[in-house]
Design a protein around this ligand. Structure first.
Ligand code: NAD
Length: 291
């Protein structure tokens, strides 16, 4: 049993923290909105009044926050993670942020005497609740091994992909594939509906062939029902497509379909749908089809 601090108890962080409680760890959590802390306490965790209190006895600190500036705020400064976590402890950032920011923060963590691992996740809220996340891990091999038990408690596919920042690069590629897949599934569903095909039957047979994918398996039914409660918010996927387009540009790689879906996600957000699930891309397809 170790002490694990979790900062950021949102859609992903709370169920991950609860799975760490179930794995037998002492889990102490902090979140900006306190109602989420109460939910952790109800599940057997401990609540902290601030970041410093959450991390002061931690063996491992997990951050699960929306974006790069949020992570920078939480780890930096006299009240932040780096200044208040005991030397020798590990910091795992499971947020999806810019790879270049990750590299800079990993160096700062090491300067503060901490082990640093970037471990963004895929699998959505369902994967977080089930403890079946796919976790792409960047960092020094020894630092990754030090936290493998913690990662295994929240994920079922945990792969060390390279040095600091590599986890974020792989996650950016993941977000490119997911966004493009959602867009194509949305186009297929609107196409099927326009031909008055039974979409449930169509999805069943499509899922069994080469077109099969997790979006069809997990999201097609709610897309057909026009249920877009998140899940994964449009705002966050828009952020991720910004990360992947900037990183692709920096590397001189063309991602034409990725750039297009980034534009579409931005349009959905501009229409006021930033808080919906990313599968709401279907709304744009409908609109562009005059339906
Ligand atoms: P979320 O907005 O539900 O949760 C973020 C939490 O962080 C919120 O509860 C918020 O109150 C808290 N927070 C923000 N700033 C804080 C601060 N300064 N101090 C303390 N708490 C703070 O977001 P989420 O959906 O859980 O996503 C978190 C990260 O995981 C993002 O980087 C996202 O891209 C990534 N992600 C999300 C999903 C998903 O399906 N939702 C899947 C994989 C990865």
């Amino acid at each position: 049993m170790i002490n694990v601090a979790v900062i950021g108890l949102g859609i992903m962080g709370l169920p991950m923290a609860i799975n760490l409680v179930k794995a037998g760890h002492n889990v102490i959590g902090f979140n900006r909105s306190p109602a989420r802390i109460d939910q952790l306490i109800a599940a057997g965790g401990i609540g902290a009044a601030n970041i410093a209190e959450a991390v002061r006895d931690a063996h491992v600190v997990i951050t699960m926050l929306p974006d790069s500036p949020d992570v920078e705020d939480v780890v930096g400064g006299p009240d932040g993670v780096f200044a208040n976590t005991p030397a020798g402890a590990s910091w795992i950032d499971t947020s999806t942020i810019r790879p270049d920011v990750t590299v800079r923060l990993a160096n700062a963590a090491r300067d503060a005497g901490l082990k640093a691992v970037d471990a963004p996740v895929s699998g959505g809220e369902a994967g977080a609740i089930e403890g079946t996340l796919s976790i792409m891990v960047g960092g020094d091999a020894a630092d990754v091994e030090a936290v493998r038990g913690v990662l295994d408690a929240v994920g079922s596919t945990v792969v060390h992909v390279g040095p600091a920042g590599s986890g974020q690069t792989v996650k950016a590629a993941n977000q490119l594939i997911v966004a493009g897949t959602i867009q194509l599934v949305a186009e297929a569903l609107v196409f099927l509906e326009a031909h008055s095909v039974d979409t449930a039957a169509a999805v069943k047979v499509l899922a069994g062939g080469l077109a099969g994918n997790r979006i069809l398996d997990r999201k097609a039914a709610s897309m057909v029902a026009r249920r877009f409660e998140p899940g994964f918010r449009v705002d966050l996927h828009h952020k991720d497509l910004g990360i992947v387009t900037a990183a692709a540009r920096a590397a001189g790689v063309s991602i034409p379909l990725g750039a297009m879906v980034a534009q579409l996600m931005g349009a959905l957000r501009a229409e006021g749908h930033g808080s919906l699930d990313h599968s709401a891309l279907l709304l744009l397809v409908e609109q562009m089809s005059g339906r």
